[in-house]
Design a protein around this ligand. Structure first.
Ligand SMILES: *[C@@H]1O[C@H](CO)[C@@H](O)[C@H](O)[C@H]1NC(C)=O
Length: 195
């Protein structure tokens, strides 16, 4: 390449990089909300599906529980710790007591957002919830809508125990969404195949 054309090549390469569409850049999203796990009484949102025949659980955190106990949830998500504060979505999924000795739940749930800018989008969350730990970290394994191809993590802590049947968790969701994932949404152009 002659010196002049090499310079032109570098200039056009720099321009191409500088003008890369904003949509190609990944996006960081932080969400903060509260989750109400109500395992009995009026307004119940969590139902035990499996009362396990497994061994009794030794942890003081799990009185009366058995290894393998499994609960299905459709828990309300709210902006503030009060159940009456603005609803932002539902946590739909299950948790299973998967520690023989440790009070560790295997959690698998979809966070279905129903309010604000992310209404209609979902976040897939999977992870280990050792309820004896002050802060637990779970994985964001994907999502839909604004969270398509999301990766990240969730930090959650027990915010308050309203009653024996009503636990309030505080969640911080940190997700990275690749720009290309959102850009490909409905924008298939002639001659361009978005995979
Ligand atoms: C969320 O989306 C649904 C379905 O499109 C709509 O009915 C509802 O009013 C929306 N909620 C908010 C808070 O925007």
């Amino acid at each position: 390449m002659a010196p002049t054309s090499r310079i032109l090549f570098l200039v056009s390469l720099t321009l191409a990089l500088a003008t890369a569409p904003a949509a190609a850049r990944s996006k960081q999203i932080h969400l903060h909300f509260y989750m109400h796990d109500i395992t009995g009484g009026p307004g119940q949102t969590a139902v035990q599906l499996v009362k396990s025949p497994g061994p009794a659980h030794p942890s003081p955190y799990m009185p009366g529980a058995h290894f393998g106990d499994t609960t299905v949830i459709d828990d309300a998500l709210t902006e503030g710790p009060d159940a009456a504060s603005r609803a932002v979505g539902r946590a739909q999924g299950s948790y299973m007591l998967a520690g023989l000795k440790e009070p560790a739940l295997m959690v698998s749930m979809n966070v279905a957002l129903t309010g604000g800018a992310y209404n209609g989008s979902t976040i897939a969350v999977v992870g280990r919830d050792d309820v004896s730990a002050a802060v637990r970290e779970l994985a964001v394994t994907g999502g839909t809508g604004a969270f398509r191809k999301a990766t990240g993590h969730v930090l959650w802590r027990t915010a308050k125990v309203e009653s024996r049947d009503h636990i309030v968790l505080e969640l911080d969701v940190y997700a990275t969404v690749p720009g290309a994932a959102a850009a490909s949404d409905g924008q298939r152009q002639a001659g361009v195949v978005n995979t």
